[in-house]
Write a protein that binds this ligand. Structure first.
Ligand SMILES: Nc1ncnc2c1ncn2[C@@H]1O[C@H](COP(=O)(O)OP(=O)(O)OP(=O)(O)O)[C@@H](O)[C@H]1O
Ligand SMILES: [Mg+2]
Length: 307
């Protein structure tokens, strides 16, 4: 059933119910997004729950999630709409072209090129891509425009019309107004600075690595069978690793994977041996491995040494 939250607390509880533990500002911005109808730009490092927030919000609100995964070179044809050339060609072949006879109710008729053009540029020949699909859905959806920073500024400019007026222009068809207004979440890993014009139209949410207590709750929610002691140690160790100057600090996604691995291995503690054996679950760069193994390994040994 579609939820229509009336408070931040309600959104907080709703997201928790579907397995997403939001921080305070996450619940607040999500609530405002449902009320103000403004898109939300969610920025932050990799693996902190940006994509998952959109999925959780859709689930909680009882809306379909329409996802546009961005990549370099993404264009209108893949994001907005495309003409179905095959179908158009078939219609032309079956019907007309410069005065060639077509058929109506089985009887031959002359069809002018103008009327063919009108015909083949109708909605029935349009292939809808995620953006058009989101605004033409009969029920309002959650639209996730994931990793917008991978596209170029031209693509951003095209998005502006959609995000500010909820309409698009198709040269052959004219203006198409949104049938319903989606809740829009855009995510970015900050690989490039987004334009001011885009930012101005959005609410902003910065998602960072969570505080220890929050991370512990998330890890325990994902892996409830892992003992609380091991989970707490995991969070503490991940924190130590994040403080080092490494290429790719472990994110929440790695913490959760590590919890799963430790549970499978039946680990009762994270000592230096267990840490080094399972290090590759949280460290993904060759150059980071040695540094982390040395620095954190030593600390773990010191912690376990008799006083
Ligand atoms: N607040 C949260 N509550 C519960 N699980 C979370 C939360 N935040 C993140 N997760 C979990 O962390 C993992 C990573 O999240 P997600 O894929 O959304 O990260 P991301 O920020 O989109 O990363 P990337 O930038 O690499 O795409 C997922 O398994 C997700 O379930
Ligand atoms: Mg993501």
């Amino acid at each position: 059933m579609a939820a229509n939250p009336t408070s931040v607390a309600e959104v907080n509880a709703g997201l928790r119910d579907v397995g997403y533990l939001p921080g305070d500002s996450t619940a607040l911005v999500s609530f405002l997004a449902t009320k103000l109808g403004k898109p939300v730009l969610v920025e932050g490092p990799a693996g902190v729950g940006k994509t998952e927030l959109a999925k959780a919000l859709a689930k909680y609100l009882g809306r379909e999630l329409v996802r546009l995964q961005c990549y370099e070179g993404l264009d209108e044809a893949k994001s907005l709409y495309e003409w179905n050339y095959r179908k158009q060609l078939l219609r032309i072949q079956a019907g007309a072209g410069g005065g060639v006879a077509g058929f109506e109710h089985g009887d031959p008729v002359d069809v002018s090129w103008d009327s063919v053009q009108n015909d083949i540029f109708g909605e029935e020949f349009l292939l809808t891509r995620p953006l058009l699909e989101a605004i033409s859905s009969p029920e309002p959806v959650v639209l996730l425009i994931d990793e917008i920073d991978k596209t170029d500024q031209e693509f951003e400019a095209m998005l502006l019309e959609l995000l500010s007026d909820f309409q698009i222009s198709i040269p052959e068809l004219g203006r198409i107004d949104a049938r319903t207004h989606p809740i829009v979440l855009l995510t970015s890993n900050n690989s490039r600075e987004l334009t001011e014009a885009l930012k101005r139209r959005c609410l902003y949410l910065w998602l960072d690595y969570p505080e220890s207590e929050h991370e512990l709750q998330i890890v325990r929610m994902h892996e409830p069978d892992l003992s609380e002691t091991v989970a707490a140690k995991l969070v503490e160790v991940v924190r130590m690793v994040r403080e080092l100057d490494i290429k790719k600090p472990p994110s929440l996604a790695e913490s959760i994977d590590w919890a799963r691995a430790l549970l499978l291995l039946g680990a009762q503690d994270i000592d230096e041996t267990v840490f080094k054996e399972t290090l590759s679950v949280i460290i993904k760069h060759r150059t980071d491995l040695d540094l982390v193994a040395d620095r954190v390994g030593v600390k773990l040994t010191q912690q376990n040494a008799p006083a």
